[in-house]
Ligand binder design. Structure first.
Ligand SMILES: Nc1nc2c(ncn2[C@@H]2O[C@H](COP(=O)(O)OP(=O)(O)OP(=O)(O)O)[C@@H](O)[C@H]2O)c(=O)[nH]1
Ligand SMILES: [Mg+2]
Ligand SMILES: [Zn+2]
Length: 308
């Protein structure tokens, strides 16, 4: 029977079969997929064929995995030669960021956006915990909102705690499969509890917030939205290590750079100090923000470091 992976712990999986029943499933024998470097051969969102093992116990064996439409990948925190598929077959991704408790850096946001671009998953950025923002944080938010919207990324400001700003979001999520990502403690699971009436996903206790980013969610899990659509909660990330992106292709994943690449004098321009560089010109005249260029340069350097 055909099914969809809703949860993966690495050793067993929750599959929703086409008959709408959930099964606890395992992989039998050696499963070859996607080369050998992935730390997780099957990810949330994967389409699979299952063989029912026990109807009474709702257990099954995964027999086959279908080709992925897309996926989001990150470098394994344990080894830069390994990657970890966060989720597969996505319509869009949403980075949950916060300007306080904890503070998300622009570098982290931009790495997530680059990964989404590289894997052809349209991203958006949602700033949560608006209730904690003072003047300083609101100014930063406005600055980032203007910057990201000008590039074409939707930006939201919400307070899950106060239930504000969430109306617009519903329309954006309806009928789509959306990956939710971000640092630990930004409120990903809290947001899902707001969007999923009747669900009680575990979240960090309010009084326990230590600023240390203790992970509450430990495995990626997909949930059905009321109406059409699905949403994937994931464990918080400390950093977003990009995998498999070359120096040469990096600027293609910055939409504001992509639009200008043909205007560089050299077609292998890395936009550092080459003559006739349209990207440097656009930074100089303010069409590309310095902060985005700094992110570009910092990612470029991290790719360089990897190839030693
Ligand atoms: N002040 C404030 N606190 C919030 C808001 N949303 C969530 N929180 C709190 O932030 C803490 C972390 O929330 P979680 O939903 O567990 O965060 P998470 O992103 O799922 O964290 P991980 O599962 O560890 O990745 C909890 O104590 C929430 O109550 C908000 O809008 N405002
Ligand atoms: Mg969580
Ligand atoms: Zn250039």
């Amino acid at each position: 029977m055909h099914g969809l992976i809703y949860k993966s712990t690495g050793s067993w999986y929750v599959v929703k079969a086409d008959n709408d029943r959930f099964f606890n499933a395992r992989i039998k024998g050696i499963f070859k997929i996607d080369g050998i470097t992935s730390t997780n051969p099957i990810a949330v969102g994967d389409e699979v064929d299952i063989e029912i093992e026990s109807d009474a116990d709702s257990t099954a064996i995964i027999g086959e995995i279908y080709a992925r439409r897309n996926y989001i990948n990150r470098q394994s925190p344990k080894s830069k030669y390994q990657h970890h598929i966060i989720a597969a077959n996505l319509d869009q991704s949403m980075l949950v960021a916060t300007l306080r408790e904890p503070r998300t850096s622009q570098g982290f946001i931009d790495r997530f956006l680059v990964a989404s671009e590289a894997y052809h998953v349209p991203p958006m950025v949602l700033f949560n915990k608006a209730d904690l923002y003072r003047k300083k944080e609101m100014e930063k938010f406005e600055e980032w909102k203007n910057m990201y919207e000008a590039i074409g990324y939707p930006v939201f400001l919400v307070s899950v705690k106060d239930n504000t700003g969430l109306q617009d979001l519903g329309a954006k999520l309806a009928g789509k499969t959306t990956l939710i990502s971000g640092h630990s403690g930004v409120g990903k699971s809290s947001l899902l509890n707001r969007l999923l009436p009747g669900k009680e996903i575990a979240t960090q206790g309010v009084s326990n917030w230590s600023g240390k980013g203790l992970h509450t969610t430990t495995f990626a899990e997909m949930h059905d939205l009321p109406g059409e659509g699905r949403i994937i909660d994931t464990p918080g990330l400390r950093e977003f290590g990009l995998f498999d992106i070359s120096k040469q292709e990096l600027s293609h994943y910055f939409p504001e750079m992509r639009a200008r690449l043909n205007d560089c004098q050299f077609n292998n321009c890395l936009h550092i100090n080459e003559p006739g560089c349209a990207i440097k010109d656009a930074v100089a005249n303010g069409e590309i923000t310095e902060d985005r260029f700094v992110s570009y340069y910092s990612i470029l350097e991290s790719i360089e470091a990897k190839s030693y």
